[in-house]
Ligand binder design. Structure first.
Ligand SMILES: C[S@@+](CC[C@H](N)C(=O)[O-])C[C@H]1O[C@@H](n2cnc3c(N)ncnc32)[C@H](O)[C@@H]1O
Length: 212
């Protein structure tokens, strides 16, 4: 089974009426989902920027930004249609697109997201999108980071489940902070790389900023 099908097969059965958003998305709690949004939004000035939310799920980040009165030109991308339908119902004025952002050249992905091929987003966020254990996570990571970096003219911010030395469920992939940091430095030697790992016991956030 290809990775996209594995991802759909994991999330689709979770979409049932009455189930809380965080549970559909397989976050442990709404509070920890929101803690991650807090860290993402504190890592960059978003006011009046264009933002791509890679793996937007039910559009909860969009809801969070509205509640915090952070004004952005928001676009969400996901590969599970049913998630996008719900997100679009909640936020009809925003763009939600069924696009696998890792699937092709950035020019084609931008067009699929409704932009011009030479018009990247100011900021790209990716929260929880790389959580599942697909059997090739560390091989796939350089490709996915490069693909998202190409879509951002200023900053890419990605969070990861962290391997901080406790026993874990094989459904998910726990990343090493040290290895991801080193990988990002090697992939983007011209960028400023920041890591935050002080907010949850099982998570960390990587920010990659282009030099101005
Ligand atoms: C843990 S959920 C997080 C959703 C949302 N970012 C949040 O925090 O509320 C992960 C989401 O990433 C999506 N996803 C996984 N791989 C993807 C890909 N290659 N392209 C787009 N979306 C993807 C899944 O369908 C799912 O909706």
């Amino acid at each position: 089974m290809n990775p996209a099908d594995k991802i759909r097969r994991h999330y689709r059965p979770r979409i049932v009426p009455g189930r809380a958003n965080h549970d559909i998305l397989d976050w442990a709690a709404a509070e920890t989902q929101e803690t991650r949004f807090d860290v993402l939004t504190h890592s960059v000035d978003l006011q009046d920027k264009s933002l791509l939310d890679v793996g937007c799920g039910l559009g909860d980040l969009c809801t969070f930004l509205l509640r915090k009165q952070i004004h952005v030109d928001y676009c969400g991308a996901d590969i599970v249609e049913e998630m996008l339908q719900r997100a679009a119902e909640l936020h009809p004025s925003r763009t939600f697109a069924c696009v696998d952002v890792f699937s092709g050249p950035s020019e084609e992905v931008l067009v699929a997201l409704g932009r011009k091929s030479d018009q990247p987003f100011d900021v790209v966020f990716c929260s929880g999108t790389l959580n599942l254990n697909l059997g090739n996570n560390m091989e796939f990571l350089p490709r996915s980071l490069r693909a998202m970096y190409e879509l951002a003219s200023e900053t890419l911010v990605v969070n990861f489940l962290a391997n901080k030395g406790y026993c874990s469920d094989p459904t998910y992939f726990n990343y090493s902070v040290h290895i991801v940091h080193k990988l990002a430095r090697n992939l983007f030697p011209e960028a400023t790389i920041d890591i935050r790992d002080d907010y949850l016991h099982n998570d960390f956030t990587l920010a990659i900023r282009r030099e101005k």
